[in-house]
Design a binder for this molecule. Structure first.
Ligand code: SAM
Length: 288
């Protein structure tokens, strides 16, 4: 079955009485060139386990199964189950889990399906849960080697933004903290059916085995980051001293900046992750 052929895909979906759900972010990929790029960037071979979120009608899933050791796909929409059962019938290295990906106990899944072995994530994501899902994979301390994801172009811009750029924010810092991001390609709306309103981007996040940035206290570091970027028009001193997430004396913040030879009128968005880690370590030292 050629699922990147629009008419063949529509015929299959019609035969099952399927109709697209906008609220589940259902825009199915119909561009073979983009599909190949996702597969290449995912860097999969016969020894790799793959986790896919949102298989849809199985377009990416089939290609993953052809080259991977095992593919586990998590799909929320029960209307897609019979379609996937038909499309994936010939693949014995495929497992479908019908559940909301945000609700899945990922540690249990990785233990039961991959015997705790490393795995990669490859997915054309439902855009409404991109950020919480990516954060879930980063924060749950799973053996994820990389994530190759189709996401909204604007979100990819935020994930890869550098300090000083207007798109630089808490998401940029979190992504850089855990991984090395690389843009693979962009996909205009006509690569999908139905066409989304936005342009999409395939991004590859190579997850660090050994994180290069080691704050003394990760929770404290991320609270500082959240404080700085939730009020980004304010100076670092003002946003942090008035943070709803932590209670830090203004003078201690100024002392910390002075010690680092940083202008006390700087905005948090001007600091690269290395400086943010250094800043949070010195600050923490002063308040404990
Ligand atoms: N992979 C298919 C493709 O490339 O054509 C479909 C991608 S479509 C953008 C997103 C898919 O994610 C849909 O199949 C949708 O039903 C599914 N989905 C949406 N929310 C989900 C959730 N919370 N958990 C798991 N799957 C979800």
């Amino acid at each position: 079955m050629n699922l990147t052929g629009k008419s063949e895909l529509i015929q299959l979906l019609d035969r099952h009485g399927f109709s697209f759900s906008k609220s589940l972010g259902q825009n199915f990929l119909i561009d073979k060139n983009i599909l190949d790029k996702i597969i290449n960037a995912s860097d999969i071979d016969k020894n790799k386990n793959v986790l896919e979120i949102g298989p849809g009608a199985g377009t990416l899933t089939c290609e993953l199964c052809k080259i991977a050791k095992k593919v586990v796909s998590v799909e929320i929409d029960s209307k897609l189950e019979p379609i996937l059962n038909e499309v994936m019938a010939d693949y014995d290295n495929f497992k479908l889990i019908m559940q909301d990906a945000m609700e899945v106990d990922m540690k249990k899944l990785v233990h039961e399906e991959f015997s705790d072995e490393p795995f990669v994530i490859s997915a054309n994501l439902p855009y409404y849960i991109t950020t919480p899902l990516v954060m879930k994979f980063f924060e749950e301390d799973l053996p994820v080697e990389s994530m190759t994801l189709m996401i909204q172009k604007e979100v990819a811009g935020r994930m890869t933004a550098n300090a000083g750029n207007k798109e630089y924010g808490a998401l940029s810092v979190a992504v850089r903290f855990y991984s090395e991001p690389k843009i693979v390609c962009t996909a205009p709306p006509n690569c999908f059916v139905p066409q989304p309103k936005v342009t999409s981007t395939v991004i590859n996040l190579k997850v660090y085995e050994e994180p290069p940035y080691i704050p003394d206290n990760k929770e404290f570091f991320f609270k500082v980051v959240k404080s700085l970027f939730s009020q980004r028009r304010k100076t670092l001193v003002n946003s942090l001293s008035k943070s709803p997430y932590m209670n830090i004396d203004k003078n201690i913040i100024i002392q910390t900046l002075n010690e680092m030879n940083i202008d006390i009128n700087i905005r948090g968005e001007k600091l690269e992750i290395e400086k943010l880690v250094e800043f949070s370590n010195i600050l923490l030292n002063k308040i404990v």
